[in-house]
Design a protein around this ligand. Sequence first.
Ligand SMILES: O=C(O)CCC(=O)C(=O)O
Ligand SMILES: [Fe+2]
Length: 271
Amino acid sequence: MLVAEVEREFASLKIHSKMSSTERYDYISWVDLFKKQEIEKKRKKNTQDFVMEEKVESNPKKAKLYMEKTKQRVFISFSMKKDYACLERINRRLVNILDGLELHIGIFNSMEQKKNYGSIHTLNKKKDVWQRICDNTIRICIINIYEPGDCIPPHIDNYNFVRPFSTMSFLSECNIIFGHKLKSVKPGEFIGSALIPLLVGYVLVLNGNRVDLAKHCIPTVSCKRISITFRKMDKAKRPHNFKLDSDLQNIKSSDLSDSSESYHTYKRKHL
Ligand SMILES: O=C(O)CCC(=O)C(=O)O
Ligand SMILES: [Fe+2]
C-alpha cells in the first residue's frame, strides 16, 4: 500500500512540475505526507487496509516500529538522490567529480522550514532522520548567513574536516556549482561543470574522494539565505591544547546531540 502511495506521490509530482521548486519541495515533504496519510487512514475507516494498520498500531511498540519503517521507506523511496554523475578529465583520467554526493529532501515540513532554521535544538528533534544522513559527523556546526549579493567563492573544504560532511539550506534557494576548475566570470558569478539547485530544506552530503578533487562555490544569492554545515574535525588534527568552547560548558549535555562536542557559529559576509 505504501509503495502505491509513494508512486502516486511521484505521479502527482510530475503533474505538479509547473509548481515553483519551493512549492514542489513542500509537496513532497515526508512530514506533510504523514499528515496526509493520517487523514487518508481516517477516511478509509471501513476498509481492510485500515483494519490491518489499526491492528499493528494498537500495539505501541509495533506502532513505533511501523512508523519508523514507514519513515525509512518513504525517506529512501523518494527523499534522496545520490546517483550524480559529471565526468571531468583530471590528470588524463575521466573522473566523476560528483561521486559520493547525496541530496536529501523532505526533512523539514513547510512550517519548520519557515520557522525553525538555525536552532540546534530543533535539529536535535530531527535526530532520527538527520543522524542517518550525517552519520554522526556532527561535531562542528557552521552557520552561513548570506545577505542578498553574498557568495562563497570556489573552495575545497579544509582537509582537517573528516568526510562526509553535510550542509542544510534554509530561507531561500540557491545553486551550488562544482568543478575541478571553476572559472570566475565576474564577481560572484562562476562557471563549473555541474550545477545543483539547493532548495529550502535540502541537505547536501559531500562524501568520497571526489569531494577533494572538485571545488564548489555558491554564486551570488538574490535573497537572504542561511545554510548550516555539520562537520567533524579529525581528532589527530585538532589544535594543540584543544578545549571545548567555554559557552558550551554550561549547556546541559541533553540539550546537545550526543555527538556534539564543539559548536561554533560565525557569520560569513561579503566574501
Ligand atoms: O552554503 C552552503 O550551502 C555551502 C557552504 C560551504 O560550502 C561551506 O561553508 O564550506
Ligand atoms: Fe564548502
